[in-house]
Write a new protein. Structure first.
Length: 131
C-alpha cells in the first residue's frame, strides 16, 4: 500500500496517508466512541421488554452507553433500582461472552455470545391454556 493511497475506515473514504490515519485523529476518535447496542440487539431486547410490559410486570427502562460497556436497565417502577441489567461488554467477547444478564442483587444470571439465548433467562413465552 502506498503512502498516498486512500484509506477506507467504517465506510468513510479518507485521503490521509496510511501512517497518519492509523495514529492521528481517527485512532483517538475510535477509542472515545461509546459502546452501543446495534439494531438487531435492540430488537431482541425490546421484543422481550414489550411482552413483559404487556403483561404489566415491567414499566420503564433506561439505556446507558459508556466507552467500555452498554447497559439496558429494566425497572418495575421508575423510582426503583433496576430489576435486571442487560450488559454488552466487548472486552469479554472472547472470554465469557459479550452479553450478560445481571439481577437486582448483582448476581449474573447468564452470560453468552448470542443475545437471544441470553435473554431466555428473563423471557417467559406465552403459553396456551385450555379450558
Amino acid at each position: 500500500m502506498s503512502d498516498t493511497e486512500p484509506i477506507v475506515q467504517f465506510g468513510v473514504r479518507t485521503t490521509e496517508t496510511a501512517p497518519q490515519a492509523r495514529s492521528g485523529k481517527h485512532a483517538s476518535a475510535q477509542a472515545q466512541m461509546p459502546t452501543a447496542f446495534d439494531r438487531q440487539e435492540l430488537s431482541a431486547i425490546l421484543t422481550v421488554y414489550g411482552r413483559r410490559v404487556a403483561e404489566g410486570v415491567w414499566r420503564d427502562y433506561a439505556i446507558d452507553h459508556s466507552r467500555d460497556k452498554a447497559t439496558f436497565s429494566i425497572f418495575r417502577r421508575t423510582s426503583e433500582v433496576p430489576l435486571y441489567r442487560i450488559e454488552k461488554q466487548p472486552t469479554l467477547r472472547n472470554k465469557q461472552g459479550l452479553y450478560a444478564i445481571i439481577a437486582q442483587t448483582g448476581a449474573i444470571l447468564r452470560r453468552g455470545h448470542d443475545i437471544r439465548q441470553v435473554l431466555k433467562v428473563i423471557d417467559r413465552q406465552p403459553k396456551l391454556v385450555s379450558i
